[in-house]
Design a protein. Structure first.
Lengths: 625, 731
């Protein structure tokens, strides 16, 4: 080794702390080469330094370019927290964060009872969904040990990696406003020592080495145990031994209404609903007010903006007279300006949501992989070309020009010419493309395997449906404002049809979604749906009633005329907005990720909520902020 | 592909810039792990690690040890001495001189008015051995009260008593290495994975190398019980019945070691006679373990080449604690399993230096396992200390659990508490509160000034903690190990050793006595007192440097051992000679009388209590470290889900537990770990389990039965309960 010591080693390091030999096999259980330089067809050199704390030393570990993995003997874990505290000591993490956590599942009946503790940190996956999701490019998968390392100084604290990771590995620190995570103790690996957590294990449960290397005295290398999410999501680098026969059903002690049942097919355990929170239906409107509030507004405002521009454009393309007339009139400028302002408001909201808002510009760093980057990029294109189109439309804005004429004696109309139509067409098309792309990737952002409640086409139908209905309402308002109530009637009738289509689209999605997350569905979506109909049961009913009302009012308005139409339209405005806000807030609070089971206090959302509610976390250090 | 980005992000990992590593021994439990404290350039501790060469822990530490370095600057530490006239007034910060002068004169005036024994001193198992010795010298030699004890009466007294009754002397005869030799291990009321995680690891290592049967006796399905080859879910308080039934089978089937019994024990006839009443057919109805299993276990235990028993509070904290220990010793003796590698009867002690206080504090007599009842012993110590031998009482005084009732009856008027928190730790808290209120003068000497008992204090002495001091601990396998002073005491806090020395100066006898200024000189004094007439507790070959070099030495370690470069003694009684008059061990016959409070229709649940791995004692230390406390920041109760359904109690609800003594509001954790007629509540929390406990005393050891009483459960308003729970937490 050259340079300064990466980790202060003792001459007498015990054997259990030293890394063992690599396995004989060349590829992992998924068929991927274990040697990472080989995996990259030797396009990367071997002797690279990790520059740990800027130290240029290169470790002498002969296996440093092989994918490493944790090995967990579930039969042995006593839940003693030594791994967690060793990690906390080494990484100096405050009590509200943990790169490694131990939870448990249990089953059986006294005294024929078994508790199985699960110690889990980052699994440095073959397919690191965190890395792909991160918009700032804060993650690197290194060819050294296959470690997936994250740089908190690059991170802007959007928390998207914490959504996509099935194991709750990345830790969003609400105090610092940034994410940090397990670093595999690469400083120890470089000097041939196992990570701190592994070296600290007193149950002989946690081990570490080159992936697929089965430690001495162990025989299995399972890819999953009960409570562990589907490994196909990200090909996690962790292997298990779990030999003792477990009860057919293993329950969780945290409040997540999930348990694990042995499948009839004999292929392990599946997450199923555990309706342990009773059947009482409540409102819990207060709980809808969550950390994700800015995202409720961001998504709704952006979808409304995109809808606002798309509706007249599609109308024109499809030759719908009422909508076609809008595009050619004064309305166009206002539509585009409004769309810009709505999106700007939305983006501001999404920036507010960041832990480090001043780093917002890093959001486009990962266009290569991240749907978040692409979403932002699409919306930015949409906004830019909306403004350009709006400016370009000024020569044809009669309202503005006649006003200017009166005041200044001249107007933008003088700029009009035959060149303007193709320009308008081009920029508007680009705005539409940006909007479509932004919306597409906004939907993609939520199609996360680790979050089954979102991972359904209903996300798309809701986002598009809301775009149509909210866009119609805003378009209607602009038309009324500019051409007067009486003149607006035909437009409103047409827009009511669009609202009906949008609402119906959303409703159909919700029906399918409900079916996909029915009580016997074998994933966390069933638990989300259960919470929806119990904890938020009354709110859920209200939202559904509002949806029904929206559909009825929209159909009524499309057929009506005169005052009745106006009254229906006015009611529709209120009702649509309420339904959209409720629906979107529910969408965020209901999601239950596939993360690991928690313990009774630590990593138990129910306890954390309770402690915060009564102020316990202010009196005792409960690892909560 | 995600690899090989041209520009890789920087890798930042916290560094530990250690200038010097200081040797230390963990200050929590009795396992006695050696720790290296990494000192940074500013003199503060920047990291720590388990000592890789120490045989005890071989580099490992548990959660408490790993984060122990955070103690030094944890919240609630005492900053300066405090005084007040009455405990309903606020404290005033004073100088050490003022605090000591006032307290000394209060002690004297109480003693003048009500007699020497009217002032009591209760210490702990947490101090360093030299401090215990000095406190003993101060109390026995200067203050002269006979009501002097340690909180070890709450944890280890039954083991001490049982060892003395069986073997003639205290001192665990085995060692941790026995795990590596035994062919059958039986754990009685011990939950190693939570109570002594590093010891559990030693056991696990041994079992991974060579599997041997493990039997765990525990009413709860702990992780230890879950992984035992045989788990015996016993009815609380009936261990001695199970032991007698095992002895019955051993004698009935001729599985005993007749030669060993004949050569090394007394009392076999009486024992055979007694256990005749414990045919497994009958015993099964009392202890809840079926007769076939009893026979199976007895045969397994007796037929193994070497067998060992370990036990902790499940045995000690019982009305039959001392008897239980004697009976475990009986099982070992009749099968010839004492003093052999892998064959022993090993008490797994509680506190880090419970052994040190047993050996040297003079709580139960005089230093070095000497007895007040022995005139020669009194004379020896009187000469060593230069005190009039008549100043010593001829009979040992009250134990902690009798000192408090003596406050209740008015015999004791003043109390000095050192590193113990009886308001949280003693049974029947309501009664303890009333006793505390009656004290004319209470001194609380502790690392933390937010210790609950300070509520009743007239004087508070802020103490230094762990490596802010220097001295030795003795662990569960008689290993004396060293803590080097690593950093200066926090704020104006002082080492307990210093406080005792300064207090001594204020008593007349001290004028003729010697109170050395440094602990190593004290250690030398103890060494001299450890030599003599076949005394097993011989530490005369040890020095601080030699202890550090060996990473701890097991006594007996004589000067001859040192001279010949030998190691300490892993085992006692290897030659079959015991510390009794005739050198033979006593087989103590134990008859079971059920005097426990048992479940009935009014109070249908057993109330069991115990430790959780992350906390120590009354959480005064572990409750202050967030990365520890977060795993159980508030009290909880394990309750069987089937029982909860009947009562309409949900997981996570608060319930009110009511006993014949009082009530407690506790959050419920439903789990099949406990039977349907039992609740389990960790004992660490203030205003919780000890509002319920009865704490009947063992007749020999005076140790309370914390684990056997009964409660009923009632539903409560969740809002009010949450408020109450919050109100009762200060950390």
């Amino acid at each position: 080794m050259s340079g300064v010591q990466l980790w202060d080693t003792r001459q007498t390091e015990p054997d259990y702390a030293k890394l063992g030999p690599a396995p004989e096999c060349a590829s992992n259980v998924y068929g991927q080469a274990i040697d990472l330089i080989e995996l990259l067809d030797n396009t990367v050199p071997r002797e690279q330094s990790l520059y740990i704390n800027d130290n240029p030393a290169v470790g002498e570990n002969p296996d440093r370019n092989k994918q490493h993995a944790f090995y967990f003997t579930a039969d042995n874990c006593i839940g003693c927290h030594a791994c967690e505290s060793a990690c906390a000591e080494k990484n100096e993490t405050p009590s509200h964060l943990a790169f490694r956590s131990v939870g448990y599942v249990e089953g059986g009946s006294y005294p024929d009872f078994q508790r199985m503790n699960i110690s889990m940190a980052c699994n440095h996956c073959d397919d690191p969904v965190c890395l792909k999701g991160c918009p700032t490019n804060a993650y690197t998968k290194h060819t050294e040990y296959g470690a997936v390392l994250q740089d908190p100084d690059t991170c802007f604290g959007c928390g998207y990696c914490t959504w996509v990771c099935p194991y709750n590995a990345p830790q969003l620190d609400p105090v610092k406003g940034q994410v940090s995570k397990c670093n595999m103790c690469v400083d120890r690996l470089e000097v041939g020592l196992k990570p701190a957590c592994v070296s600290a294990c007193v149950g002989n449960a946690l081990d570490f080495g080159v992936v697929e290397a089965v430690p001495e005295n162990r025989s299995q290398a399972k890819t999953a145990i009960p409570g562990f999410p589907d490994p196909s999501i990200s090909q996690p680098n962790i292997r298990f031994q779990q030999r003792s026969e477990l009860p057919d059903e293993m329950t969780r002690t945290d409040t997540a209404p999930i348990k694990y049942r042995r499948s009839a097919e004999g292929d392990g355990y599946h997450a199923v609903l555990d309706p342990k929170l009773g059947k009482e239906r409540s409102w819990n409107l207060g709980k809808l007010y969550s950390h994700e509030n800015p995202l409720v507004l961001f998504t709704l405002l952006t979808q409304a903006a995109i809808g606002l521009v798309f509706i007249p454009a599609l109308g024109a393309i499809l030759g719908v007279d009422a909508l076609h007339s809008v595009l050619t009139g004064d309305v166009l400028t206002f539509v585009l300006i409004t769309a810009f302002l709505l999106s700007a408001g939305g983006l501001l909201m999404s920036t507010v949501h960041l832990g480090k808002p001043m780093r917002f510009y890093r959001g486009f760093n990962n266009l290569r992989y991240s749907p978040v980057s692409r979403e932002g990029f699409g919306v930015a294109i949409f906004m830019a070309f909306a403004v350009i189109t709006a400016l370009a439309s000024l020569p044809r804005n009669d309202l503005l020009n006649s006003a200017l004429e009166g005041v200044a004696g001249t107007s933008f109309a003088v700029l009009d010419g035959s060149w303007l139509t193709p320009l308008l067409f081009t920029t508007l098309t680009l705005a539409l493309l940006g909007g479509a792309g932004g919306l597409f990737y906004m939907i993609k952002c939520y199609l996360i395997p680790a979050r089954p409640f979102w991972n359904h086409w209903q996300t798309a139908s809701a986002f598009v449906g809301n775009g149509l209905s909210l866009g119609s309402l805003i378009l209607g308002a602009i038309v009324i404002l500019l051409v007067g109530v009486t003149e607006s009637m035909p437009v409103l009738q047409t827009l009511a049809i669009v609202v009906a289509i949008g609402t119906a689209l959303e409703a159909i999605g919700l029906i399918a979604h409900r079916h996909a997350n029915r009580a016997d569905a074998q994933h966390e979506g069933a638990a989300s749906q259960y919470v929806q109909v119990t904890e938020f049961g009354k709110t859920y009913v209200l939202r559904n009633v509002l949806m029904l009302l929206n559909l009825s009012l929209a159909i009524f308005a499309s057929l009506g005329s005169g005052d009745l139409l106006l009254v229906a339209w006015a009611l529709l405005n209120v009702s649509i907005v309420c339904a959209a806000l409720l629906g979107r807030a529910l969408f965020y609070v209901l999601v239950i990720p596939t993360t690991m089971p928690g313990a009774f206090f630590w990593r138990n959302k129910g306890f954390a909520d309770h402690a915060r509610e009564i102020g316990l976390q202010k009196v005792v250090d409960a690892g909560l902020v | 592909m995600f690899f090989g980005r041209s520009k890789r992000n920087p890798v930042r990992i916290p560094t530990k810039p250690v200038v010097e590593w200081k040797y230390s021994t963990c200050n929590y439990c009795s396992t006695g792990c050696a720790i290296e404290l990494g000192i940074g350039s500013d003199g503060k501790v920047v990291t720590s690690r388990g000592h890789a060469e120490a045989d005890v822990n071989r580099g490992k530490l548990c959660i408490k040890g790993i984060l122990e370095q955070e103690l030094f600057e944890s919240p609630g530490r005492g900053i300066e001495p405090l005084l007040r006239d009455t405990n309903d007034r606020p404290f005033t910060a004073v100088s050490w001189d003022q605090a000591l002068d006032t307290s000394a004169s209060k002690i004297k005036s109480i003693q003048e008015k009500y007699g020497r024994d009217s002032f009591a001193v209760v210490s702990t198992g947490q101090l360093l051995t030299e401090e215990f010795y000095t406190l003993g010298k101060l109390v026995r030699g200067c203050i002269g009260t006979n009501n002097y004890d340690g909180n070890t009466t709450l944890c280890m007294a039954s083991a001490v008593s049982g060892y003395k009754r069986s073997f003639g002397s205290d001192g665990p005869p085995g060692c941790y290495e026995d795990f590596e030799h035994t062919e059958c291990l039986m754990a009685w009321g011990s939950n190693l994975p939570e109570q002594h995680p590093v010891l559990y690891w030693r056991l696990k290592e041994a079992r991974e190398k060579r599997h041997f049967p493990m039997i765990v006796v525990d009413p709860r399905v702990t992780m230890f019980a879950q992984w035992a080859d045989i788990h015996l879910p016993i009815t609380p308080g009936t261990d001695t019945v199970l032991m007698n039934a095992m002895l019955y089978v051993i004698f009935d089937e001729g599985l005993e070691d007749a030669e060993y019994i004949a050569n090394h024990t007394n009392g076999i006839e009486q024992l055979r006679e007694t256990v005749k009443g414990y045919d497994p057919k009958v015993a099964q109805r009392q202890c809840g373990i079926d007769e076939d299993t009893i026979r199976n276990v007895a045969r397994l235990y007796a037929k193994a080449g070497v067998s060992m028993s370990i036990w902790t509070m499940g045995i000690n904290q019982s009305t039959h604690g001392s008897d239980g220990v004697c009976n475990i010793n009986n099982l070992s003796l009749v099968t010839g399993n004492i003093g052999k590698p892998g064959g022993t009867s090993l008490s797994i002690t509680g506190q880090c230096n419970a052994m040190g206080t047993r050996e040297w504090s003079s709580c139960s007599g005089l230093p070095g396992y000497r007895l007040l009842e022995n005139a020669d012993h009194r004379q020896e110590i009187a000469e060593a200390w230069n005190v009039d031998a008549d100043f010593f009482p001829p009979k040992v005084g009250l134990k902690q659990t009798d000192i408090f009732p003596a406050i209740e009856t008015g015999q004791i008027k003043g109390l000095w508490l050192v590193a113990t928190n009886p308001l949280t730790s003693m049974a029947n808290q309501g009664r303890i509160r009333k006793m505390m209120e009656k004290l004319d003068y209470l001194i609380v000497q502790d690392v933390y000034q937010d210790v609950e008992t300070v509520e009743y204090a007239h004087a508070y002495f802020p103490a230094a903690v762990w490596a802010e001091k220097q001295g030795c601990h003795t662990n569960s396998e008689r290993r004396v190990n060293l803590t080097r002073n690593a950093l200066a005491p926090f704020a104006k806090s002082k080492p307990d050793f210093w406080v005792f020395n300064q207090m001594a100066k204020r008593f007349d006898n001290a004028a003729n006595m010697n109170f050395p200024e440094d602990t190593e000189t004290v250690f030398d004094e103890m060494k001299q007192l450890s030599v003599g007439q076949g005394r097993t507790l011989d530490i005369s070959g040890m020095t601080y440097d030699r202890i550090e070099q060996a990473r701890g030495l097991q006594w007996p370690f004589t000067q001859a051992n040192a001279k010949n470069q030998q190691a300490g003694s892993p085992r006692l009684y290897v030659d079959g000679k015991f510390q009794t008059a005739d050198g033979r061990a006593n087989l103590i016959s134990v008859n079971f009388v059920n005097n426990n409070e048992v479940p009935d229709t009014e109070y249908p649940f057993w109330m069991n209590s115990g430790r959780v791995v992350e906390h120590f004692h009354t959480r005064t230390r572990t409750g202050k470290i967030g990365n520890i406390n977060k795993f159980s920041p508030t009290p909880y109760m394990e309750l069987n889900p089937d029982a909860a359904v009947e009562l309409g109690i949900n997981h996570g609800d608060y319930v009110r537990a009511i006993s014949r003594r009082g009530d407690a509001v506790v959050m419920v954790q439903l789990t099949q770990r406990v039977p349907p007629n039992m609740v389990f509540i960790p004992f660490h929390y203030h205003d919780c389990v000890n509002r319920l406990t009865l704490g009947l005393l063992d007749p020999y050891s005076r140790q309370p039965a914390f684990k056997q009483c009964t409660v009923r459960l009632e539903k409560v308003s969740q809002t009010l309960a949450a408020q109450l729970n919050l109100q009762r937490r200060a950390f």
